[in-house]
Design a protein around this ligand. Structure first.
Ligand SMILES: Cc1cc2nc3c(=O)[nH]c(=O)nc-3n(C[C@H](O)[C@H](O)[C@H](O)COP(=O)(O)OP(=O)(O)OC[C@H]3O[C@@H](n4cnc5c(N)ncnc54)[C@H](O)[C@@H]3O)c2cc1C
Length: 339
């Protein structure tokens, strides 16, 4: 177990902001988890679990606590039926390597989630999703360290209360309680996704007369679309979508729809495409305090020259005010703050 002091959170997160964390512990074996929690308890400090830092933002004052940096590695096939294969990966694996492991074996279920930055262990936390797939659709279970009982538990999907960007891991009374050690998905053999696809994927398929819907080809197409539209975290600092799509009541949904907004009906209610609100307000390509609204994907805020979290917060509040004044709705931040 490696304990580091005063590591800058800006170096651990893709938004590249934030001061130093008092301690950072690299978790490279399951035994390290309990030692790390004990270390934090002895020092009377709080903990924050970090994978790739692609959905977490550091504050200017840093973090007066212990960051648990998940470095647990390994991917394996642990079982199969006639139609499905069970693939288990350790939480510190790179999510996209896990996707590639499945598509290389012609397994379908997470191919549209290709190239989402970050770790496997974080994938269930906000139920990552893209192009019509989300991890909840294929998740079997996670193995996790329960910091409340100090036990390793297996949590089945049915107990994770998944919703749009939500699960028990980031919402409600169990938020932050579990350290996800390993994730198992059930993916399909001899099956491909079928049309109609998610709009932007379908548009590409139509334009290029694609007829090969194999997992590896869908992975290839999604990778191309993403590279065209989204900033590469290696080159441009961002947390991907900075704002979430929002839920509104029926009256508001009708009003926004009449203005041209895209609304999806879901179990949780009317979900509004917040990207449309931002675009309609003319904010694409605009810069606020060094943070620029991506001109292709309006939900993405890029840190081009922001010097601090305060700059980001000022940009966020200006954008929220513009949207509030124009549409009378509140935008919500997607990335988590490290505190
Ligand atoms: C360019 C870009 C594009 C993106 N595109 C998408 C997209 O298409 N769809 C999408 O859903 N997201 C997208 N994201 C967001 C991000 O990639 C995902 O949220 C991803 O799952 C973050 O993984 P991470 O390991 O970096 O998480 P981190 O930022 O390290 O952690 C995120 C949260 O999960 C918790 N956590 C992390 N690991 C564990 C663990 N092992 N156990 C328990 N809790 C844990 C953290 O405490 C934190 O609350 C994008 C981000 C970027 C930068």
């Amino acid at each position: 177990m490696k304990i580091l002091e005063d590591v800058l959170i800006s170096n651990l997160t893709t938004m590249r902001l934030g001061g130093a964390a008092k301690y950072t512990i690299e978790i490279s074996a399951v035994e390290d988890i309990i030692s790390a929690y004990n270390f934090a308890k002895e020092k009377g400090l709080k903990t924050f679990i970090l994978g790739g830092g692609a959905n977490s933002i550091g504050l200017d004052e840093g973090f007066d606590g212990v960051i648990l940096l998940n470095k647990l590695r390994g991917i394996e096939i642990i079982g199969e039926t006639e139609t499905e294969t069970f693939v288990r990966g350790m939480g510190g694996e790179v999510w996209d390597d896990f996707v590639e492991f499945t598509t290389k074996r012609d397994l379908s279920g997470i191919e549209a989630l290709s190239k989402i930055p970050g770790s496997l262990g974080a994938a269930p936390v906000q139920n990552i999703g893209a192009y019509g797939q989300d991890i909840a659709q294929v998740l079997e279970n996670v193995e996790a360290f329960d910091s409340l009982t100090n036990k390793i538990v297996t949590i089945p999907k049915s107990e994770m209360n998944f919703d749009y960007r939500k699960s028990i891991f980031n919402y409600g009374e169990d938020k932050g309680r579990y350290f996800i050690i390993a994730v198992t998905v059930r993916v399909s053999k001899n099956k491909t996704l079928e049309p109609p696809f998610y709009t932007s994927l379908q548009n590409y398929i139509d334009k290029n007369n694609v007829t090969d819907f194999s997992p590896s080809n869908i992975r290839k197409i999604v990778s191309l679309i993403r590279a065209e539209k989204l900033p590469d975290p290696q080159e441009i600092a961002s947390s991907g979508s900075f704002f979430k799509n929002i839920y509104v009541d029926d009256k508001k949904a009708a009003e926004l729809e009449a203005m041209g907004a895209r609304i999806w009906q879901s179990e949780a209610g009317n979900k509004v495409n917040s990207g449309w609100l931002i675009e309609e307000a003319g904010l694409k390509g605009k810069t606020f305090h060094g943070m620029t609204v991506n001109d292709k994907a309006a939900l993405v805020l890029m840190n081009e020259s922001a010097k601090s979290y305060s700059d980001l917060a000022a940009a966020r509040e200006e954008i929220r005010k513009i949207i509030r004044d124009r549409f009378n709705v509140e935008l919500e931040q997607e990335p988590v703050e490290i505190k």
